[in-house]
Design a protein around this ligand. Structure first.
Ligand SMILES: Nc1ncnc2c1ncn2[C@@H]1O[C@H](COP(=O)(O)OP(=O)(O)OP(=O)(O)O)[C@@H](O)[C@H]1O
Ligand SMILES: [Mg+2]
Length: 219
């Protein structure tokens, strides 16, 4: 599904590349975990694959399109429609309800959200098991519930690939386990998942684990 070849990314003012001549394939429907020590380049790689930042060189093919060479509007559309990203922090807006947060990806300045979008958002909340909490603001939800709303929001527009950067990083083990269980359920339903984690136990549950060191894949 994604073929990354010879990816290099060096941040301005740093000597060593954060990602260094890296090759990686992500297969359609797989659950891939990325592990490695702090600073090994995991987040940078995830951000490059999900088109949040651009590599300095190399190519990233997604269904026949070179993402790195694509126009900014094409990259925006990929981020909005094909790729979903969740982080360690949920980044929900505190003054909006759970449902309103899930509706955010549908919002634009030109038109109000429509009934079909509200129903899609409700379906996503149901899928994450939170249909009964649609009116709750994030502050009234548990950490695991907040992360599930963030996942619902990321997937609201029907993404094919979910990129998750330490999605359990700020949760206790039991809550983290429930989020990983949930990601596996989504994966069984066909979602491709690429997850960065520091937790070996969580990583071992995935089909494939790649380990990074110094910006490269070492195993
Ligand atoms: N915005 C930035 N500007 C400069 N250097 C950066 C920036 N972001 C990351 N780096 C550097 O790039 C390297 C890789 O960082 P990255 O965040 O990808 O690592 P990571 O594997 O995700 O680490 P962690 O497990 O701590 O999240 C590190 O040396 C880091 O200091
Ligand atoms: Mg990181």
């Amino acid at each position: 599904m994604i073929e990354a070849r010879s990816i290099i990314k060096r941040y301005a003012g740093t000597e060593k590349p954060a990602v260094d001549h890296l090759d990686l394939d992500v297969r359609d429907g797989e659950f891939l975990s990325i592990v490695g020590r702090s600073g090994s380049g995991k987040s940078t790689l995830l951000h490059i694959l999900s088109s949040l930042i651009k590599a300095d060189s190399g190519s990233i093919m997604f269904r026949g399109l070179d993402i790195r060479a694509a126009s900014e509007s094409r990259r925006n559309s990929l981020r909005g429609n094909d790729f979903a990203v969740v982080f360690q922090q949920h980044h929900l807006l505190p003054h909006l309800s759970a449902l309103e947060n899930v509706l955010l990806p549908f919002c634009n300045r030109l038109s109000p959200v429509n009934a079909r979008q509200i129903s899609a958002a409700r379906n996503m909340l149901k899928r994450v098991g939170l249909e009964h909490k649609e009116d709750s603001r994030p502050g009234r939800l548990s950490g695991g519930e907040q992360q599930r709303v963030a996942i619902a929001r990321a997937l609201a527009r029907g993404a094919n690939v979910l990129f998750a950067d330490e999605p359990t990083g700020s949760l206790d083990f039991a809550t983290g386990t429930s989020i990983i269980d949930f990601l596996h359920e989504l994966n069984k339903d066909g979602l491709t998942v690429v997850m960065v984690t520091h937790n070996d136990e969580f990583a071992q549950r995935s089909e494939r684990v790649v380990r990074m060191a110094d910006g490269m894949i070492v195993s």
